[in-house]
Design a protein around this ligand. Structure first.
Ligand code: CO
Length: 461
């Protein structure tokens, strides 16, 4: 019987997609021991936006959160999402920082690191993969799914083969926008399964309503692991429901190792939390609905709402159609980057600017200039030569791996922080999000002083 494994996303992607990653540890720590008993392949619980959100909004140390989860879940593999050389942000970090971040993530409890690059430029993930393997953890090499005249089953299968050659233990197809149809998933998983021996993982979202069907067809083509979210936090911009996929797959004759009774306990725990976030406005009910517009325009839902907001702010919403027609042209000019953050924002803003100015590339954003210079990595296809000449003039684009141009950063940041850092983990928080980390360190110190004063008073009694 073919076994299908499940990665539970409630603590990371579902949390991020539905409630902007506002779930504090105190809200979910009570269910961790139960989650550990459910029979998941892994628990996606860290990385992505969780790190930033802990420091910026929740007054939590992300490293302490990870250690707490590890302690409560000794039996389940803990998984994180990492943006390759960009770690958890959008700029390139030097190799020493990337290596230290990966090493510390594993030391603090991570078993599986899903590593991707927005452009599928494998040079931008090789250092993170290498360090993951050095520390005896599981590197899941990831492909960002997109469609374009230059992306094909063959090109994705070739990338998967290259990833396997880099030593990763699994390949993940990451459909961040939820635009991969069931037939596409079937064909893509089949092509990748034919080219590699390692397990294939499929990640999608329900945004456009395709998610459940896409996962079913992916499994029919041989996908080994699927990403799902416990029912209360599933659907909409989140993942398909764990319980529903388990039911469907068992009915179709697949082996599923999940414990239904435990899943019910987990769902019963998260139901009132969902209600709380609905009541306080953190959860906007529209993210729970089905939004097929992304399929019509072939751009992610988040990008579409950004464009609408941008045009509305300028009182130019009537130009939306023109901007939507300009968007694929800009993407083609830039060599068909996958429309994932930060490329989706970059392409959308440039298309809007081209229409609003009444002249293409009259204004070019700093980000598009950096992209054309090669600072984000190699574009999947060729950047339009005329556009490149217009933006760069005589300057030559960077052809080496961008991180090769960066000075080491860890020791410098550690010296900068001095006594404010209590650990190397603090230094990494500071490198990733300097302002948020500093504010967090100040809050932490103030809290300690309060506790100390209180202890003195007690002693004085
Ligand atoms: Co996702």
């Amino acid at each position: 019987m073919q076994q299908v494994n499940f990665t539970e996303t409630v603590l990371r992607d579902a949390n991020q997609s539905l409630i902007a990653t506002r779930l504090p540890l105190t809200d979910f720590e009570g269910i961790l021991k139960t989650l550990d008993q459910a029979g998941y392949y892994s628990l996606e619980c860290w990385g992505g936006a969780t790190f930033d959100s802990c420091l910026r909004y929740l007054g939590e140390d992300p490293w302490a959160r990870l250690r707490q989860i590890r302690k409560a879940c000794p039996n389940t593999k803990l998984q994180m999402l990492l943006r390759g050389q960009n770690l958890l942000g959008y700029k390139h970090y030097p190799d020493d920082v990337v290596r230290m971040f990966v090493k510390k993530s594993i030391e603090n409890g991570i078993d599986i690191i899903r590593i991707f690059d927005a452009l599928n430029d494998l040079r931008n993930i090789e250092v993170a993969i290498d360090e993951t393997l050095k520390n005896k953890a599981h590197a899941s090499g990831t492909l960002c799914f997109t469609t374009s005249p230059i992306h094909s089953l063959e090109s994705f299968a070739k990338l998967a083969k290259q990833l396997e050659g880099m030593g990763v233990q699994s390949v993940c197809i990451k459909d961040m926008a939820g635009i991969m149809g069931p037939t596409e998933a079937f064909d893509l998983v089949s092509a990748i399964k034919a080219s590699v021996k390692i397990p294939v993982v499929v990640h999608t979202h329900c945004t456009t309503g395709l998610g459940f069907m896409t996962l079913l067809k992916a499994v029919e083509a041989g996908a080994d692991v699927i990403d799902t979210a416990i029912a209360a936090f599933s659907g909409g911009t989140s993942q398909p429901a764990t319980e529903t996929m388990a039911y469907t797959l068992r009915q179709a004759g697949y082996g599923v190792a999940l414990d239904d009774g435990i899943l019910k306990q987990v769902n019963d725990f998260f139901k009132p939390l969902l209600q709380k976030f609905l009541a306080d406005g953190t959860l906007n009910p529209t993210v729970m609905t089905t939004a097929p517009d992304a399929l019509i325009y072939q751009i992610p839902g988040g990008m579409l709402s950004n464009l609408v907001a941008q045009l509305t702010a300028q009182n130019k919403l009537e130009l939306l159609d023109q901007v939507l027609q300009e968007t694929p042209r800009v993407r083609a000019d830039l060599g068909y980057p996958p429309l994932v953050t930060p490329m989706s924002q970059m392409v959308g803003a440039q298309a809007a600017s081209n229409v609003l100015a009444g002249e293409r590339y009259k204004n070019v954003s700093k980000e598009v200039r950096s992209y054309v210079r090669g600072e984000y990595g190699q574009a999947p296809g060729a950047v339009d030569p005329a556009l490149q000449a217009k933006i760069l003039g005589d300057e030559k684009p960077v052809t080496v791996r961008f991180a090769d141009l960066l000075e080491p950063g860890f020791a410098k940041a550690k010296a900068e922080l001095g006594a404010r850092a209590e650990s190397d983990e603090d230094v990494l928080s500071y490198i990733a999000f300097p302002q948020q980390a500093e504010t967090y360190f100040e809050q932490r110190d103030a809290k300690k002083k309060r506790t100390f004063a209180y202890t003195l008073e007690k002693v004085g009694d």
